[in-house]
Design a protein around this ligand. Structure first.
Ligand SMILES: CCCCCCCC/C=C\CCCCCCCCCCCC(=O)SCCNC(=O)CCNC(=O)[C@H](O)C(C)(C)COP(=O)(O)OP(=O)(O)OC[C@H]1O[C@@H](n2cnc3c(N)ncnc32)[C@H](O)[C@@H]1OP(=O)(O)O
Ligand SMILES: Cc1cc2nc3c(=O)[nH]c(=O)nc-3n(C[C@H](O)[C@H](O)[C@H](O)COP(=O)(O)OP(=O)(O)OC[C@H]3O[C@@H](n4cnc5c(N)ncnc54)[C@H](O)[C@@H]3O)c2cc1C
Length: 660
């Protein structure tokens, strides 16, 4: 084993709690940690899943080919796990999501959509016969599918999609067409050259009448030759900010026929067209992905904060006091302010993701038996957590990258590509502003009619939050009640402004649009109360953990609360009893917490227990040999494989001669 950096050794000695205890707590028990280790060993120690050349030095085409090679091995291994009865959701989460997935396929997996959206859509939208027909093929990967909804012209407004599926009663087929350029499907992952099937979302026409968007199973390519089927125009959309291995594609149809039975029918029981009980049931897969993405936010944040915190303990720079050694940069309070809130935020997102997952499972269970009443609350919560989680995650990864100075800019830090993955989440599966407006729509409805509010756990605080007159106390409970008051006041004000505008004669939709900045802010504030509430409940509910660990978790909870409150200072002053002196007290409390967390910072990120292969970073490895690793990474540049590059003879030499 490599020698461990002296600074990190000292940091690890300072830690006041047992890091293994926290690892087990985060994993959900020691047995779960062991399961995770064995899963990591199974995937990460497979030499076939390593790349010979760093991804960055490959061409676009080579990157894709390498990604397909690895994805196939990865999926074969997933199948092995399933056959061994180890096909649980944790496997899929880690293999497709922020930890193992992004370690093995740093720039995205071209086959992810198969498990994340194709299979869930067949399960969620297909009737019994359709599941019998397709699920075996999909589970065994005899076919590979994607989810083709977004078009060149429309991503957000899915009722405006233009692809048509027109029923032909003579042949009992649907005829798919892309009537315009803007109706071309655009974006689906793996669509370019990987998938041979897709869920295609199209406007359903029967007898000249449009019945709105519906999902269809469509074969795109020949199962043997992989050539596009006749009537299918397909390709890849080109280079992006990140995720350049995901093979996002375009797709057009020219009188392409599919059997009638390829219309997913779970919500349309009859063979003839019958309107489903709620058109929003078609949107179920999107809720599922939004829910799982919140967990991914926690994963990416843990990864980035581990890299930046370890690096900050190893890096020395400047003079704090004259004639003293250069301090570790982690001793600068401004640096702590860049790091520690994101450590705390990782916990907040992990705990909320776990609550959201449970709520999701309860509500989908209810939907199976035709109960729809809790769907709006789930939808509103999933939308705001996805939006706030991904936005904070992307901003956090970028802050953490900047916290690593110049070396954070190197791809060898793995922070740029982590940012590429994180910022994509802000757009896909519902653009964040649009999702916050969905939550706001729900909140305004609840505000206008509070009749059943006590039965709605995520919004019941709104019943009396407006009238909280608590004076400042140095407690999480005070911050929570203040944030709840802010959220309630923002919803109230936005509601008032909509009503005022309507009274002035504006159409409700115009009034809504004119008030939408406030509506987004109200949904954001509501979401932050949920995140803090759940973090607080979770830490308070831990019964059998050591007092040392409880103290650390309490510090992190308080830091999360104070950091959130300080970010919302203006709102606190505007909507609660908070006065200037209280803000000063909050600031002092923040500084006190940074100092308290400082000796445990390395211990906490070590407890995340992220293997070096997952961190993939010269700056963040467990041994802290940052400079040796950066140097070794530089040697991998193809430019360093020869002392003189041919461009010297071709361009530089003649140029230098001309200048003589
Ligand atoms: C199978 C094995 C297990 C697999 C496990 C896998 C685990 C994986 C774990 C981790 C992996 C993570 C890796 C992820 C990698 C992902 C790769 C990329 C994936 C990206 C894919 C995509 O982007 S797909 C495309 C997504 N597109 C969108 O999200 C579009 C956004 N737009 C919309 O959602 C909607 O159109 C809209 C909400 C914006 C508006 O719709 P509409 O105009 O029709 O509605 P209204 O505004 O008029 O509202 C009407 C009414 O309906 C309510 N409503 C809206 N949406 C929903 C919903 N989804 N559910 C319930 N209700 C909804 C709305 O609130 C209104 O209600 P009212 O009562 O009328 O007010
Ligand atoms: C990496 C990546 C992978 C993707 N994978 C898939 C996939 O596998 N399958 C798939 O079908 N799609 C996929 N998508 C598409 C994705 O779902 C859409 O890009 C997303 O839903 C946003 O839609 P849009 O691009 O049309 O943005 P737009 O809706 O055009 O957004 C542009 C701007 O308009 C604003 N805006 C739009 N509507 C409103 C409104 N009603 N109120 C206020 N502001 C509004 C937005 O806030 C935003 O600022 C992917 C996208 C990316 C980036």
């Amino acid at each position: 084993m490599a020698k461990i950096n002296e600074d990190l050794l000292k940091e690890r000695k300072k830690c006041s709690f047992n890091t293994a205890e926290l690892t087990h707590l985060l994993d959900g028990g020691k047995d779960k940690t062991l399961e995770r280790h064995s899963r990591e060993h199974f995937f990460l120690d497979d030499p076939e899943l390593r790349s010979k050349i760093p991804l960055e030095y490959l061409s676009h085409k080579e990157k894709y080919e390498e990604a397909v090679r690895k994805s196939c091995i990865l999926f074969r291994k997933v199948q092995e796990l399933q056959e061994a009865g180890k096909g649980g959701i944790e496997n899929f989460r880690e293999i497709l999501g922020g930890q193992l997935g992004s370690a093995i396929l740093k720039d995205g997996n071209p086959l992810t959509l198969h498990y994340v959206m194709f299979i869930p859509t067949i399960t969620g939208q297909g009737d019994f016969e359709q599941q019998a027909e397709w699920m075996h093929k999909a589970w065994t990967c005899s076919i590979i599918g994607t989810y083709a909804q977004t078009e060149l012209g429309h991503g957000t407004f899915i009722r405006g999609l233009e692809t048509t599926a027109t029923y032909d009663p003579k042949t009992e087929e649907f005829v798919l067409n892309s009537p315009t350029l803007t109706s071309y499907k655009w974006w689906p992952g793996g669509l370019g050259h990987s998938a041979n099937f897709a869920i295609v979302v199209a406007q359903l026409y029967t007898q000249g009448k449009c019945h709105g968007i519906h999902p269809f199973i469509v074969q795109l390519r020949d199962e043997e030759t992989h050539m596009p089927m006749k009537g299918i125009k397909i390709g890849e959309i080109g280079c992006k900010l990140g995720m350049n291995s995901t093979n996002n594609g375009y797709l057009g149809f020219e009188n392409y026929r599919i059997p009638r039975t390829n219309l997913l029918m779970k919500n349309n029981k009859d063979g003839t067209y019958v309107k489903s009980p709620s058109s929003k049931l078609t949107y179920g897969t999107m809720i599922f992905v939004r829910v799982v993405l919140v967990q991914d936010c926690a994963s990416y944040m843990k990864k980035a904060v581990t890299i930046a915190t370890r690096y900050s303990a190893v890096r020395h720079q400047s003079e704090m006091k004259p004639n003293c050694p250069e301090p570790q940069i982690i001793d600068y309070v401004t640096q702590q302010y860049k790091l520690f809130p994101y450590i705390a935020m990782s916990f907040a997102f992990q705990y909320s993701a776990s609550w959201l997952w449970d709520i999701y499972n309860n509500v989908t269970g209810e939907l199976e038996s035709g109960q729809l009443e809790n769907l709006p609350e789930l939808h509103a919560l999933a939308c705001c957590l996805k939006a706030v989680g991904t936005a904070d995650c992307a901003a956090g990864v970028e802050t953490l990258r900047l916290a690593c100075g110049g070396h954070g800019y190197m791809t060898a830090s793995n922070l740029p590509s982590t940012y590429g993955l994180a910022t994509a989440m802000c757009t896909y599966e519902g653009e964040n502003t649009v999702l916050l407006l969905q939550t706001a729509r729900y909140l305004i409805k609840i505000w206008q009619n509070k009749k059943n509010i006590q039965n709605l756990p995520t919004v019941r605080y709104l019943d009396n939050a407006l009238f909280n007159n608590r004076s400042y106390e140095k407690s999480v409970s005070w911050i929570l009640s203040a944030l709840q008051q802010v959220a309630a006041a923002k919803i109230d004000l936005a509601n008032k402004h909509i009503n005022d505008r309507v009274r002035q004669g504006k159409a409700y939709e115009d009034a809504w649009n004119e008030t939408s900045i406030e509506l987004v802010a109200a949904a954001d504030a509501h979401c932050r109360t949920f995140l803090l509430d759940i973090f607080n409940l979770t830490v308070n509910n831990f019964q059998s953990i050591s007092p040392e660990l409880k103290a650390v978790l309490t510090d992190l909870l308080e830091l999360y609360a104070v950091h959130t409150a300080i970010r919302m200072t203006g709102d606190l002053l505007r909507f609660t009893n908070t006065i200037g002196k209280d803000v000063e007290a909050l600031q002092l409390w923040l500084e006190e917490l940074l100092a308290k967390i400082r000796p445990n910072a390395i211990g906490i990120v070590d407890s995340f227990d992220i293997r070096d292969e997952v961190l993939g970073s010269a700056l963040g490895a467990y041994d802290g040999n940052v400079y040796e690793r950066l140097f070794a990474e530089a040697q991998k540049s193809p430019l360093n494989h020869e002392p003189v590059n041919k461009s010297f003879g071709l361009y530089l030499k003649p140029f230098l001669k001309n200048n003589l």
